[in-house]
Each structure stands twice: as structure tokens, then as C-alpha cells.
Design a protein around this ligand. Structure first.
Ligand SMILES: [Co+2]
Length: 462
């Protein structure tokens, strides 16, 4: 992990040096949406100057911004005051301060901006000018829940919570304690409020050969061991805009760290390849090639890293963690899908020392409401009331049994089973490679813009 410790500063320096134009473009979009009058525009400006710690730079070189600044020279004082006021509220350790108290102007840090080569574009797209593109971004942001700020706020919550989790998670803790640490932290920092903002999906805490979809159910007594390889996969949403990001932890002097390196670099390679018109199959090809170029010694033998072939990244719609497109981790020539402008994607890759193939294993904890679009008659009464609870509290966001417990639901397993049988709710059991193997995961959420991507969940940790 130390090899990526300076990723954010590198990204920032890179954006400053090479993508000044790009950053200006992204910020110009922000100014347009927020700057409908002088005062709001000034506030947006001051936000830019304070918020560049994570990714892109302020739009100081941008001509349009400069012109705006000139017009509003009278607002300069107000601007300074707003900036100072903002700095007076700092995050605590452990984090307890809601993010809107810290970013009180409502402008959240821009993610890592990665330029995308337009040689991949089709001819129609090449005819669009930068000016037209800015206008399209501006219009896109005005759709209900589409403002980039929602995703950026969710991403900053993710960084804050995981920053604490990485320090606090220690062998000897129960899996339930770890899950609650992350979930309570998320609820606090995102200022959870019904379906307006909150947890995006259950906290994945899959261990060793289990790659995904394990979170403790009530009564789970499992304790984290020093030798464990732990995947921490959690989500944050603001107005249904979900940031889905995951990392892997080892403890002490773990022999499995090279596995983490392989997976981290495969995920980053996939993200680099992503952009408007990029073929999902081509992304899978790069991921596999990168991942499987790694081998290392552990437990007295050479471990060849295999990509887990049946786990995929995915696009993300509002309130829908799986939007219908998959990003494979192997080439899939028959898959013709491409990425489109305005889409949100999570690229996640899994590496394994086992078969590189996962199967359903163990007790299910994860569930999600399906959009069935019709009335389904439910003969089990408890299923009807449970469905009401699910619709009211989660909508189509995934949930786990512990979330039902904390809402006061009792003896719901029969009803839940009925909902799954009737196709109203989908179950997502834990997915594991062969016993004794180790799996690792890294995942980021990004937004596909024209000529760039914004890696929303990028931090200085991964
Ligand atoms: Co995901």
C-alpha cells in the first residue's frame, strides 16, 4: 500500500501540469450551475479555491472564469469571509462531523480527473466542440439528482470513513464491530436521512477465499485474525447517487501483500482504459493481462495470481447499484457494450490464489428489492409487511439482515424467503473461491465525461 501512498498528490500535480484545460472545463460546469447570480457564483469560486486537495485544480486559467471574477470584484471580500468561515469547522478523529458542516458552501472536492484520448470516439462525437460539450454537461447536471456534487459528497464521505476504518480495524475485533464502525461512521458523516442520503449497500467484509457479499448476520461471532485477508466494500449515497468503492486489508507482516498489489494495479489499469465509447470487453482484457502478470512466493510455493472471472464491475444508476451493464475482468468478444457519456461506473477487480472462480457459499446476508413493475400477490402476511418496510427504508438499495434488525423487524426470515421465491427481492449469497485460497479486491467509482473521467472515490490511500 505504501506504493500508492502519494496517488492523490500525484493526481493533483498531474492535473495541474497536463490537464489544466480539463480541470477548467470541469470547474466551468460547476460555476455555470451554481453561479446563476453574483453571490452564488462567488461562493462557488471560493469553494474551488479551498477544495482542490483531492483532485482537480481551480479554474484560474480559464478565460470565462476570469471574466466572471472581474465582474464580481466587489464580492471578493464576501468570498474570503466564506472561505474562512468554512475552515473553522474541522473533522474530528474519529470522524463525527457531518460533511455539510465542513463544506458549508455545498461544494465538495472534485475527484481525480483523468484525461481520455478522443481517438476512440466515433466520427459524430468528434464533431462536438468543447463549447457544446460544456453546455451538455450543464444541462445533464440539472436533471433531478444528477448534480455532480451529490456524487462528490458521497465520495468524500467514503474517504473520510475509510480513512478512519483503516486505522481502527484490528485483529481481535468481531466482524459485527467492524461493520458497525463503518456503518455508524457513514451514517454520521453523510448525515443519513431516509432515502435522501445514507448507506449505499451493506458493508462487505469478506475474508480470505470469500471474495464478496459477506457481512455478519445477527449472532455471528467471527473474530478477525491477524492472518486474514479482508475485503472492505462499502457504499455511500446522496440522493441515490451511489459511490461504490472497496479495498483490501492485511495485518502484520502478511505474505499476501503482493496479491493486493496485483489487484490494485489491475483495477487502475481498467480505469485508465475506460471512457466514452470504450468497449467493455477491451477493459476486461487489460484487467486480466495486468492482474495475471503477477506471481509471488507465499506458504512455500509460487502463487500465480488469477483474475476472478465471474465477478464484474458495473454501471450505477440512481438508487440502483447494478445499472444493467457489466464490466468484465476478462475479454468477452461477444460483448458489444460500450461506455457512454454521463454514465457512472464501478470498476472492481478480484484476484485469487485459487481457481479464479467463485460460487455461492454460506449464509446469505445481502438482499435487494427488484423492480418488477407489476403487482405480485403475496400469500405470506409477514412478507407483505416486510416488503412495506423494505420499500420505505431502502427502495431498490441493497440491504442486509442487520439493517432489518435495527428497524425493529422480528422473525422475518420466512417472509424474506417468500419475497425471494416470488422474485420481488433478490438474494446475494457470499461468493467464495476454493477453501484455503486468498482473494483481494480493489474498486473505484467514476463518472464518464467527454474527454475525461472523474475518478470520484480516488484518495491518497488507493
Ligand atoms: Co461494486
Amino acid at each position: 500500500m505504501s506504493s500508492t501512498a502519494d496517488l492523490a498528490s500525484k493526481a493533483e500535480a498531474g492535473a495541474k501540469a497536463a490537464a489544466g484545460d480539463l480541470a477548467a472545463k470541469v470547474n466551468a460546469v460547476k460555476l455555470d450551475t451554481n453561479g446563476t447570480n453574483g453571490a452564488a457564483g462567488a461562493a462557488a469560486d471560493s469553494g474551488d479555491e479551498e477544495d482542490d486537495a483531492v483532485g482537480a485544480t481551480p479554474a484560474s486559467g480559464d478565460a470565462a472564469t476570469a471574466a466572471k471574477k472581474k465582474k464580481k470584484s466587489g464580492a471578493a471580500k464576501k468570498k474570503k469571509q466564506a472561505a474562512n468561515g468554512k475552515k473553522s469547522v474541522k473533522q474530528t478523529d474519529p470522524p463525527t462531523v457531518g460533511l455539510t458542516k465542513i463544506f458549508s458552501d455545498g461544494i465538495f472536492p472534485v475527484g481525480e480527473i483523468q484525461e481520455y484520448d478522443d481517438k476512440f470516439y466515433n466520427d459524430n462525437r468528434k464533431r462536438i466542440t468543447a463549447e457544446e460539450q460544456r453546455e451538455r454537461d450543464r444541462i445533464a447536471q440539472q436533471e433531478e439528482g444528477a448534480d455532480f456534487n451529490y456524487a462528490r459528497r458521497a465520495a468524500e464521505v467514503h474517504r473520510t470513513v475509510r480513512g478512519y476504518a483503516r486505522k481502527a480495524i484490528k485483529p481481535g475485533m468481531t466482524m459485527t464491530e467492524i461493520a458497525e464502525l463503518i456503518e455508524n461512521g457513514t451514517r454520521t458523516i453523510v448525515e443519513a436521512n431516509g432515502l435522501e442520503s445514507g448507506i449505499g449497500f451493506p458493508t462487505g467484509l469478506s475474508l480470505n477465499e470469500v471474495a464478496a457479499h459477506y457481512t455478519p448476520n445477527a449472532g455471528d461471532k467471527r473474530v478477525l485474525q491477524e492472518s486474514d485477508v479482508l475485503k472492505v466494500d462499502f457504499g455511500v449515497h446522496v440522493k441515490g447517487r451511489i459511490v461504490d468503492s472497496a479495498f483490501t486489508l492485511t495485518f502484520g507482516d502478511s505474505p499476501w501483500n503482493p496479491l493486493l498489489d496485483a489487484v490494485r494495479s489491475a483495477t487502475n489499469a481498467g480505469i485508465r482504459e475506460a471512457g466514452v465509447d470504450a468497449r467493455l470487453s477491451d477493459i476486461g482484457k487489460i484487467i486480466q493481462e495486468t492482474m495475471e502478470s503477477y506471481e509471488f512466493e507465499a506458504e512455500g510455493k509460487t502463487q500465480k495470481v488469477k483474475v476472478v472471472k465471474n465477478l464484474n464491475g458495473h454501471n450505477i444508476d440512481r438508487y440502483k447499484i447494478h445499472g444493467g451493464k457489466s464490466v468484465p475482468c476478462i475479454p468477452m468478444p461477444e460483448m458489444k457494450d460500450r461506455m457512454e457519456e454521463g454514465e457512472y461506473f464501478a470498476i472492481e477487480t478480484f484476484g485469487s490464489t485459487g481457481k479464479g472462480y467463485v460460487e455461492n457459499t454460506g449464509d446469505c446476508s445481502h438482499y435487494a428489492r427488484k423492480n418488477v413493475g407489476r403487482h405480485v400477490p403475496l400469500r405470506v402476511a409477514s412478507a407483505r409487511s416486510l416488503l412495506h418496510t423494505i420499500d420505505k427504508n431502502f427502495g431498490t438499495l441493497p440491504f442486509c439482515r442487520r439493517y432489518l434488525d435495527r428497524l425493529g423487524e422480528k422473525s422475518y426470515l420466512l417472509g424474506l424467503k417468500h419475497l425471494v421465491q416470488m422474485g420481488v427481492v433478490e438474494d446475494y449469497p457470499p461468493l467464495a473461491d476454493i477453501p484455503g485460497s486468498k482473494t483481494a479486491q480493489f474498486e473505484h467509482t467514476f463518472r464518464v465525461g467527454y474527454g475525461y473521467k472523474e475518478v470520484l472515490s480516488r484518495g491518497d490511500d488507493y
